[in-house]
Design a binder for this molecule. Structure first.
Ligand SMILES: *[C@@H]1O[C@H](CO)[C@@H](O)[C@H](O)[C@H]1NC(C)=O
Ligand SMILES: *[C@@H]1O[C@H](CO)[C@@H](O)[C@H](O)[C@H]1NC(C)=O
Ligand SMILES: *[C@@H]1O[C@H](CO)[C@@H](O)[C@H](O)[C@H]1NC(C)=O
Ligand SMILES: *[C@@H]1O[C@H](CO)[C@@H](O)[C@H](O)[C@H]1NC(C)=O
Ligand SMILES: *[C@@H]1O[C@H](CO)[C@@H](O)[C@H](O)[C@H]1NC(C)=O
Ligand SMILES: *[C@@H]1O[C@H](CO)[C@@H](O)[C@H](O)[C@H]1NC(C)=O
Ligand SMILES: *[C@@H]1O[C@H](CO)[C@@H](O)[C@H](O)[C@H]1NC(C)=O
Length: 336
């Protein structure tokens, strides 16, 4: 990491910091002990968190996102919020970044086309979680079925035209992995997003929650201000004020890749794929405002590495980039 970049960015971030104190969730260990999964089973406890939630926007550079007040406020105001200021996506276009979320590699894939990842390559964090009895689910907006594996690229009208601004398979990685699409029990962990809100209300969220908005809400067919407005209207109450959601939780909001793909791997028009990422929830400890941002060079493989360190006390269990990617520093142990 270039020190000058960190210093400049720190200065800009501090300059935009409000004077008011940010709310914190008081850890309630009793409440954390009582959390149960979709079938009423007790959560398997991790070192730092018992639930990981992630929601993904589309194709935006760091500053267009951070400059939206919804997103600059998120890491400042959400309980124990923090900006991961030096976070990079893996590649372009979208799909391999989503593979990276659950498999800690892009497989060198560079397309959005329908692909099946088969055999031992299709081993993902889902296999790790299930071995340990940790519940998981994927929720997608406009997913054409309530529950199960929907295989096509996108829903279509009767005349064969793709339904616009809707669900697309390239943003919902589970469907592409043989270990999941060939197993009905696992398919049954994939839901239409309506079910997320039901599970939230019932206090039955699984321990790993992956949320994919539709092509309008995630900014793909729109822009950063549309994405911000969607988050503000649909999520902020939950993010800031829902105790259940934040208890024992590490929550994550980011985008799949940067917006300007011109010159990727050549003239770096995409800023090396630098993207916005924020985390919050009571898994985090901020000692002071200087813990509100973290300049470690994270990437999508850090997600698997963090889950592994939390529940297994080690990294690299997928044997891919989860071996090397840095684990999110939760009780911040950096030296500043
Ligand atoms: C992927 O697997 C699904 C489910 O078995 C199958 O329907 C589909 O044809 C396969 N697609 C490709 C591109 O191999
Ligand atoms: C296909 O059907 C949809 C929905 O009825 C309609 O909006 C669209 O214009 C149709 N496309 C073509 C090419 O006929
Ligand atoms: C299918 O998934 C279930 C539950 O996740 C698991 O117990 C089972 O071993 C899997 N079956 C196969 C054939 O992989
Ligand atoms: C984003 O899209 C909205 C329409 O949804 C438009 O009003 C707004 O000007 C756009 N903002 C930018 C920065 O392009
Ligand atoms: C995208 O990157 C290219 C290459 O560096 C640059 O020429 C172009 O101006 C950038 N586009 C935008 C919208 O920033
Ligand atoms: C790590 O990620 C890179 C980029 O996606 C990929 O080319 C490489 O094969 C990955 N390494 C492993 C061990 O999976
Ligand atoms: C992520 O970061 C690790 C550690 O720097 C690196 O080994 C890996 O290639 C990066 N990229 C991906 C796609 O994992």
């Amino acid at each position: 990491m270039k020190t000058t970049v960190a210093v400049v960015l720190t200065t800009v971030l501090i300059a935009t910091f409000g004077a008011s104190a940010f709310p914190t969730v008081h850890r309630d260990h009793r409440k954390r002990q009582e959390l149960t999964g979709p079938n009423g089973e007790p959560y398997i406890h991790g070192k730092w968190f018992d639930r990981f939630f992630m929601i993904i926007g589309e194709n935006m550079d760091f500053w267009p996102v951070e400059s939206q007040s919804t997103f600059s406020n998120l890491w400042k105001q959400a309980p124990n919020g923090r900006l991961l200021a030096n976070y990079y996506a893996a590649t372009h276009p979208s799909q391999p970044n989503y593979f990276d979320h659950i498999a800690a590699t892009t497989f060198g894939w560079n397309s959005d086309s329908v692909v099946n990842i088969t055999g031992s390559e299709s081993f993902t964090i889902v296999d790790l979680l299930e071995e340990k009895g940790i519940s998981w689910a994927g929720y997608a907006e406009d997913y054409p079925i309530t529950q199960g594996c929907y295989i096509p690229y996108a829903p279509e009208y009767a005349n064969g035209t793709q339904v616009p601004h809707s669900y697309v398979r390239k943003h919902f990685p589970f469907i592409s992995f043989e270990t999941i699409y060939s197993n009905q029990t696992r398919c049954n962990n994939l839901y239409n997003a309506e079910m997320f809100w039901t599970h939230l209300e019932e206090g039955k969220l699984p321990q790993f929650v992956y949320f994919t908005p539709n092509l309008l809400n995630d900014g793909h067919d729109t822009n950063a201000s549309y994405f911000a407005n969607y988050i503000l209207k649909t999520w902020i109450d939950t993010f800031y004020y829902n105790d259940y959601f934040n208890t024992g939780a590490l929550n994550y909001l980011s985008v799949d890749e940067s917006g300007n793909t011109t010159g990727f791997n050549t003239v770096r028009g995409d800023n090396n794929n630098h993207i916005y990422a924020a985390i919050w929830g009571d898994a985090l400890t901020n000692r002071d405002t200087y813990d509100k941002y973290d300049f470690v060079r994270y990437n999508h493989s850090s997600i698997a590495a963090t889950l592994e360190m939390n529940w297994w006390g080690t990294t690299g269990l997928l044997g891919r980039n989860d071996t090397y990617a840095p684990v999110f520093a939760l009780p911040y142990d950096g030296t500043n």
